[in-house]
Design a protein around this ligand. Structure first.
Ligand SMILES: Nc1ncnc2c1ncn2[C@@H]1O[C@H](COP(=O)(O)OP(=O)(O)OP(=O)(O)O)[C@@H](O)[C@H]1O
Length: 274
């Protein structure tokens, strides 16, 4: 299997509004298979635009003004994402990539059971599966994310926020994606629950071999969970290095400023308990 999962070259996005905003400027990035890549930077630096843009999930006024994205499929095929038509793109997104958003747990349908909602994913995207196979798979997924299969019949309001977010992760895992994009996925949860979920994501990617792009303002958190961190500023990646390297030897002034802005990084214990 190729070591690179996604190659992004010279990627730029413009919001074509009255005063146009160059939200992403000539970004090049190689995402490795199985890695957790943290995307850090202040609000408005372009993290979300980049992550959505490479999946062509942006709508006007966003315009992709340059760049290419190639996905190196586990099967050996190299997919030129820009060349996919709308239908191929839809299948590609469901099959290869999944997303977990901030507050995703609130996107669950309140009047359907967890089991029914998981089942829908397979019914729609894996029409060849039998009912029994789907049921077994749904139970399995809830076990994997430590919600437990006895929750299949529960409604969302019967679960805590952390459990509902785990259900969303189960859904994101369902079709065995090669890439999971997580945009502030645990910000709304309390710190202990957040940690537990992140630990689990890290284990799961070893087990299933997917890569994670993890977007957050929370640099200390990224230092803990990421293999590499890309620091964005004003639409550009100003530094990209291993998490420990970035923490111990930040090369860019902006990275140093960013690190210094988190007092909990400068405490005695430090943050790296990987
Ligand atoms: N629909 C839009 N129209 C115009 N400008 C936009 C639009 N969406 C985003 N922008 C601008 O693009 C830039 C990048 O925004 P983006 O949301 O990608 O940043 P971000 O780093 O993800 O921020 P946050 O962490 O707050 O989500 C910002 O300057 C933002 O104001």
């Amino acid at each position: 299997m190729p070591e690179t999962l996604m190659s992004i070259k010279d990627f730029s996005v413009l919001y074509d509004v009255e005063t146009p905003v160059e939200a992403v400027k000539h970004v090049s990035l190689e995402l490795k298979r199985g890695e957790i890549l943290g995307l850090a930077g202040e609000s408005g630096c372009g993290k979300t635009t980049l992550a959505y843009g490479v999946q062509r999930l942006l709508k006007p006024p966003a315009v992709i003004t340059s760049g290419s994205v190639h996905f190196h499929d586990a099967g050996g095929e190299v997919i030129d994402v820009n060349a996919l038509d709308a239908e191929a793109m839809r299948v590609f997104r469901w099959d290869k990539i999944s997303m977990v958003f901030q507050g995703a747990m609130n996107a669950l349908n309140p009047v359907a059971t967890i089991g029914a909602q998981l089942d829908d994913v397979f019914r729609i995207h894996r029409p060849g599966m039998t009912k029994a196979q789907r049921r077994a798979e749904c139970a399995d997924l809830l076990e994997i994310v430590a919600v437990g299969k006895d929750r299949l019949r529960s409604y969302p309001h019967e679960l805590s926020g952390g459990m509902r977010q785990r259900v969303m992760i189960a859904m994101a895992l369902a079709l065995r994606p090669q890439l999971m994009v997580m945009d502030e996925p645990t910000t709304a949860l309390d710190v202990l629950v957040q940690r537990e979920i992140l630990r689990q994501i890290s284990e799961l990617r070893h087990e299933f071999g997917f890569s994670v792009v993890f977007i957050t303002h929370d640099l200390p958190l990224l230092l803990e969970i990421s293999d590499r961190i890309a620091v964005m500023r004003s639409g550009e990646i100003v530094e990209l290095s291993g998490a420990r390297e970035l923490w111990e030897h930040p090369r860019h002034d902006y990275t140093r400023t960013l690190l210094a802005s988190f007092p909990r990084l400068t405490g005695e214990k430090g943050v790296l308990q990987r």
